[in-house]
Design a binder for this molecule. Sequence first.
Ligand SMILES: Nc1ncnc2c1ncn2[C@@H]1O[C@H](COP(=O)(O)OP(=O)(O)OP(=O)(O)O)[C@@H](O)[C@H]1O
Length: 247
Amino acid sequence: MTAHLRATGVGLCVPHYVQRARNHKSWFGTLLGASTARPERVFRTILEDVSFEATEGDRVALIGRNGAGKSSLLRVLTGAYPPTTGRLEVEGRRQALLNISLGFSGEATVEENILLRGTAMGLPADRIRELTRDILEFSGLNDAAQHRLRTLSAGQRMRLGFAVSTAAEGDIMLLDEWLGAGDMQFIRKARARMNDRVKGSRIVILATHNLEIARRVCNKGVVLENGRVAFAGGVIESILEYRKLCR
Ligand SMILES: Nc1ncnc2c1ncn2[C@@H]1O[C@H](COP(=O)(O)OP(=O)(O)OP(=O)(O)O)[C@@H](O)[C@H]1O
């Protein structure tokens, strides 16, 4: 089986809650307004008519300005947000490294969190048990396996999230930004693992603002602007198009 990913006219519209502007003259009025005023629900189109394709061996850079829709598109590609319009066809096991602390529970232990997160990633329980030792080792948390997650430092939690997310290889790797997780020693280890995972994946989709990384790692590019594809093609051409947008 070869890996394949195709988005055809993908759109994403989400409910969005907005608060009417409040113009209170006193702190009490502000407090009362903040606790009683109901937000209004509106629908917002985040992605519109997004089409592109990635086949075996492709490394695709998603580039665009802040708020262009890169992370939202990655979430659609992982299957976290079903597209509201259009079609997404995926062949191959997806592995996502988006929000590395997603799905963690502060009250559960480190080891239980590995199981929770691994399950959310679609890994069978036996496979998670096989990987647990490596995850604890990689994150430097061997001695904290039975500690509750909320007693860990922010950096330790990040290490754990990174270690779990990258423990298993996928066919299609979806990455949001290049990670700088933890202290210098861990960053080196994390980079080496990311390079390894990128090499071992059949398709990589990488959202990044770092054009040097995009150029070095990717062969294709998709430039997003206001939730639409402004350009799709080779990575060098995509970077040039993106630079034009930023002028
Ligand atoms: N759940 C949501 N509800 C409402 N609006 C959202 C939601 N998620 C994202 N948005 C909006 O969609 C737009 C695209 O956001 P997204 O995070 O995908 O952009 P991005 O290209 O990844 O930005 P950045 O480079 O700043 O990380 C933004 O305007 C954001 O406010």
